[in-house]
Design a protein. Structure first.
Ligand code: CTP
Ligand code: CA
Length: 230
């Protein structure tokens, strides 16, 4: 006889995760992007699913397989990501791991821009919506636990603490994405991460670990914070 399967610590919960970069079109063949691989966000979605949660992963363009047992909502732009997040709510917890492009082209050219021997085009930018701040500051839609990320290249903990307050999230997972971080191959695109967890009670410095181990540890903390199902 098989032993009964233990329900995971997130059984009965809906967990929303954003992951990857966004691509912001300039014209039909060009876009603004960043170096995010999506590895950390995807690892969090996978770990939450292993812990028994129903997981929705809203992800920008990545070269990763869909994590097992996760509902994936692929998007391209920040505005599409916000719409997909809004459509996926309500959730018990949301982890905003995506590297959302801060700016997009103010006007998207309908046809490929040509050199035409003329002046070099000026690229006018406009700000994208802040998905995390939008959801965290909306009491009607806010998941009980909202976790943001902060990728910094200097003053990592200081900037991340300011970000936690400004964005209205419960926790911030902060990491150093500078080439000086000491992570072999770099954090962005690499398989390891060294993070600082900033909560309402202070800062925890986690050791360098695989993105998968960081995800497991974060998911365990999320399950503990949510507590048992009513
Ligand atoms: N974020 C978001 N929508 C945006 C920008 C950021 O949801 N338009 C989220 C990210 O997913 C992350 C957190 O906000 O969880 C912090 O992102 P970050 O880029 O570090 O913060 P910014 O406020 O954009 O500040 P800056 O890039 O100037 O450091
Ligand atoms: Ca940003």
């Amino acid at each position: 006889r098989l032993a009964p399967v233990e329900p995971g610590p997130l059984a009965g919960r809906h967990v929303l995760v954003t992951s990857g970069p966004t691509h912001e079109p300039i014209d039909p063949v060009r876009y603004i992007a960043n170096r995010s691989s999506g590895k950390q966000g995807h690892a969090i979605a996978a770990a939450a699913a292993r812990a028994g949660a129903r997981v929705t992963l809203v992800c920008g363009p990545v070269n990763l397989p869909d994590p097992a047992g996760v509902t994936v909502r692929p998007v391209e732009t920040a505005r599409q990501m916000l719409a997909a997040v809004e459509a996926a709510l309500p959730a018990d917890a949301a982890i905003f791991a995506a590297a959302v492009a801060d700016w997009r082209a103010a006007r998207e050219a309908g046809e490929k821009m040509k050199k035409d021997g003329g002046a070099i085009p000026a690229l006018a930018l406009t700000e994208n919506p802040d998905i995390l701040a939008t959801i965290a500051h909306d009491p009607a839609r806010r998941p009980r636990l909202v976790v943001g990320f902060a990728a910094e290249t200097e003053n990592v903990v200081g900037y991340a603490q300011a970000k936690r307050a400004r964005k209205g999230c419960d926790w911030i997972v902060a990491n150093d994405v500078s080439p000086r971080s000491g992570i072999v191959g770099g954090v962005m695109g690499g398989d390891e991460n060294q993070v600082h967890l900033i909560t309402e009670t202070g800062v925890e410095h986690w050791p360098t670990a695989s993105k998968s181990d960081v995800a497991e540890r974060l998911v365990a903390r999320i399950a503990a914070a949510l507590g048992p199902l009513e």
